[in-house]
Structures are given as structure tokens and as C-alpha cells.
Ligand binder design. Structure first.
Ligand SMILES: NC(=O)c1ccc[n+]([C@@H]2O[C@H](COP(=O)([O-])OP(=O)(O)OC[C@H]3O[C@@H](n4cnc5c(N)ncnc54)[C@H](O)[C@@H]3O)[C@@H](O)[C@H]2O)c1
Length: 325
């Protein structure tokens, strides 16, 4: 496995939604690269190294203030209040039907609008936004529908029918508009939208992977793809390090599919399980490559995965054997 986890100058970063399932792992990864972090969330984070500013980001005034405040509480406030280098926006409702649909739409669209607007107007030069592979429309469809083709790339149409993915499409559209506007004004800003795959956290790795392996027919909804939460942190770090791309969207998944070893050749599985779906690029699906492609993140951001699931599985299998003894 080739890995390059070198890190450039340390950045001052505001992360929103860092108290959530995904954010806490992203924060740990970014701290390991030496970045300075402020978390903005409605709930506290159980990490003594990071201050959480409590805010409701659907309120534009709170978003503006969250991006222009101290990173710590101290008495007195001696630290200079500097503009952050980067904002990473994870806050929001991560699924439809957790709360009423109109609230999911309101919270996700208003909070992302408020953060993008505040960051651009405050002169923050890098904005990284949590979108989702659900924008490709299969995950939360009302019926069992097919992907339009394989591999799924960033050019695959985004025409979802559910409110959650639709809120992410709206966020991407707002982001593109702000990037265009600020470039036209001679104040360019990088806005990278991450279409994040199903996130697998270390504490649930065994449980989730076992379910993928035991019931592969159920997991078209995840495109037989996943992202380890720590590798999401690595993608985000590559976004932090990579300047000058303007507006871009990236699929964020690990390299390989989530199929059991006996069925693991991606092309064979797709041909037998989805015979109606066109295969556009056999080379991109060679071996065990995931049906959702991360080729663009590798090429433009230099992403290299650190936590392939088959290696992580060796660790939990070894742990089980130790515990049985
Ligand atoms: N979990 C996944 O598999 C997955 C996959 C793709 C994309 N995503 C995206 O990643 C992001 C994080 O997902 P997660 O699974 O950690 O969700 P989560 O619900 O665990 O965390 C979201 C955080 O956002 C905060 N939040 C919600 N509304 C807020 C508001 N108005 N103001 C301030 N904070 C607010 C919550 O308090 C919470 O801590 C979301 O944007 C989600 O859509 C998640």
C-alpha cells in the first residue's frame, strides 16, 4: 500500500458538526496532522483538546460569528482573533425521516447557505462541504431503482427524489454559485463538495462489514462502497493541502468494494446482479475496485487510503482469536 500522509503548514480550521458520528473522527485525524481546530455544534464534543462553540448554524448571524471568534475561552482573551484558513461544514441532518422532511430541508439548506456566505464574505479561502453519494438517487429512493451506469463518477446525474439528498444538491448548487461570484469579483475561493459514501467508524467496523459481507444483495443502496471515517479525515486533509481548484465535487470512498471474497471481482458482480446497468469503463472497475469511483480525489487531491477494510478486518479477526483463548 502506498501512503503519503505528509502534511504542509498547520492550518486554523473551523469544523461544524464536529460532535457528530463522523466529525469526532475527522477532528482526531486533523489534530494528528497538527491543525488548530474550533468545533461549532449544538452539542458538546468529548474531546478536551477542542473547544466547542455552541451555535445554531441555520441562523446567518450565528454562522458569521462562529467564523469570526476565538478558538478557546481564556481570561483574558490574549489570543489574536484571526480569520480561519479553512471551514469544514459537516453539521446537518444526515438522513431523511429522522425529523420531519421540511425540517431536514430547512436545516441542511439554511445552515450550508449561511456557512458558505459567511465564509466567502469573511475572506476564508477554503470551504469544504459534506455532500453525499445519496445525490445519485438510489439510497433513499421510494422504490428499488438502479444506478444509471457504472462506475459512478462525479459526472453521473444527480437527480434524487428524497429530501435529504435534494438538500445536498441544493448545497452544491449554492456553493458553485458563490465560487463563481467571488471569482468574478477577483476574490477567488476554493469550495470542495465531498460526496461522502457510507461512513464506517472504527467502533462499528466489524458490525457494518459483517452485514456487508453476509448480505451483499442488500447493499446496492451504498453502491457496494464505503469510506472509513479516518480516511474521510485523510481526504479532508488533502483538501486542506490542495489549493486553487475553485469549485469541485469529489466522490469520497475507499478504493475497494464491500463484497465477500468469493464474489469480490467487481465486474463479475455487477454483470450478474445488475445486468440492466451499462458499464462505461471496465478498467476503472478492475479487480475489486469500488463501483463508486474515487479516481478524481486520487488524481486532483492526491488521496491515498490508509484504512482498507480487508486490512482492518485482519485486526478484528486477530482480536476475536485472542479473546477466545
Ligand atoms: N454518516 C454517514 O454515513 C454520512 C454519509 C454521507 C454524508 N454524511 C454527512 O456528513 C455530515 C455528518 O454526518 P454524521 O453522520 O456525523 O451526522 P450526525 O447527526 O452524527 O452529526 C451532525 C452534527 O451536526 C450538528 N448539527 C445539526 N444541526 C445543526 C445546526 N443547526 N447547527 C449546528 N450544528 C448542528 C449535530 O448536533 C451533530 O453533532 C452530515 O452533513 C451528513 O449529511 C454522513
Amino acid at each position: 500500500m502506498s501512503t503519503d500522509f505528509t502534511s504542509g503548514p498547520k492550518k486554523r480550521i473551523v469544523i461544524t458538526g464536529g460532535s457528530g458520528v463522523v466529525g469526532r473522527y475527522v477532528i482526531q485525524k486533523l489534530l494528528s496532522y497538527g491543525h488548530e481546530i474550533l468545533n461549532v455544534d449544538q452539542t458538546p464534543l468529548d474531546n478536551p483538546n477542542v473547544h466547542t462553540l455552541k451555535a445554531d448554524l441555520t441562523d446567518g448571524a450565528q454562522a458569521f460569528n462562529a467564523l469570526s471568534c476565538h478558538f478557546q475561552i481564556s481570561e483574558p482573551f490574549l489570543e489574536e482573533m484571526r480569520t480561519p484558513d479553512v471551514v469544514i461544514h459537516l453539521a446537518g441532518i444526515p438522513q431523511p425521516n429522522r425529523i420531519p422532511d421540511n425540517e431536514t430541508f430547512r436545516i441542511n439548506t439554511l445552515s450550508s447557505y449561511a456557512i458558505i456566505e459567511a465564509a466567502c464574505k469573511l475572506g476564508i479561502k477554503k470551504i469544504i462541504l459534506a455532500s453525499s453519494i445519496t445525490v445519485y438517487g438510489v439510497t433513499y429512493a421510494e422504490t428499488n431503482i438502479s444506478f444509471p451506469h457504472f462506475p459512478i463518477t462525479e459526472s453521473t446525474p444527480t437527480e434524487p427524489m428524497d429530501v435529504y439528498a435534494t438538500s445536498k444538491v441544493c448545497m452544491e448548487r449554492v456553493a458553485a454559485s458563490f465560487e463563481k461570484r467571488f471569482r468574478a469579483m477577483g476574490k477567488p475561493v476554493d469550495i470542495y463538495c465531498l460526496r461522502i459514501g457510507a461512513v464506517v467508524t472504527p467502533d462499528r467496523h466489524q458490525e457494518v462489514m459483517t452485514s456487508y459481507l453476509e448480505r451483499p444483495r442488500e447493499w446496492k443502496v451504498h453502491g457496494w462502497s464505503y469510506i472509513d471515517a479516518r480516511d474521510l479525515g485523510n481526504v479532508i486533509n488533502r483538501c486542506i493541502e490542495t489549493d486553487g481548484l475553485g469549485f469541485e465535487v469529489f466522490n469520497v470512498v475507499n478504493d475497494e468494494n464491500t463484497l465477500p471474497d468469493g464474489k469480490a471481482q467487481t465486474i463479475d458482480w455487477l454483470r450478474s446482479f445488475c445486468p440492466e446497468t451499462e458499464i462505461l469503463d471496465e478498467q476503472a472497475l478492475r479487480g475489486q475496485m469500488a463501483p463508486i469511483s474515487n479516481e478524481k480525489a486520487k488524481r486532483l487531491l492526491g488521496f491515498r487510503e490508509e484504512y482498507p477494510w480487508r486490512e482492518e478486518r485482519r485486526k478484528w479477526v486477530a482480536r476475536e482469536i485472542r479473546e477466545e483463548r
